[in-house]
Design a protein around this ligand. Sequence first.
Ligand code: ZN
Length: 225
Amino acid sequence: MSGTRLREAICRFGRSLFERGLTPGSSGNISVRTEDGGWLVTPTNASLGWLDPARLSKLDAAGRLVSGDKPTKEIPLHTAVYETRGAAQAIVHLHSTHAVALTMLPEIDPRAALPPMTPYYLMKAGQTALLPYYRPGDPAVADAIRGLAGRYSSVLLANHGPVVAGDTLEAAVFATEELEETAKLYLLLRNLNPRYLSPAQVQDLVTHFGVELPAGTHDHPHDHG
Ligand SMILES: [Zn+2]
């Protein structure tokens, strides 16, 4: 995708996420790898609802600002995900209500924040890790992400929001939406003894669609009931 089209795509997806209430105010940020080894990133204090394609932050391969506005202060988050997930081409980070709510519940498993509720959650978001709370922009969050060693394409930051990587910008956006909707389903069904996908049904999706889950963990789905 050319630089111009990539810029337009970031603004279009940003507006769509904002207009559906998936990240309020000036929260949330998006980054995409560019062909020259650098990144296009949404600027600091910019609402995803009205991004200007010409003012997106362009970073070089070393992370230095080449043009555009000052980038989001959550850059360390993005950098750590790209470092540990070589195939990631785009990252979406939102402050979406249901995913944030999920992070504050006492029973959440940090290695599988959501049970296998729907096939599309597994196929798009895989399995989601939960990291502890860090002050926004705290470089320590990068170390916590590196600690996951790239095993997860979707991560929740406690009391903050989801961070989701994708092979394309579209894939990262769609996976973030699946994560948010699955968190909403979890909250709707919490304490109602819902029937989640069985281990055999999860295994069937893994085999049939080549879903990549962190090794070993999907054999022992925890019981949220
Ligand atoms: Zn944030």
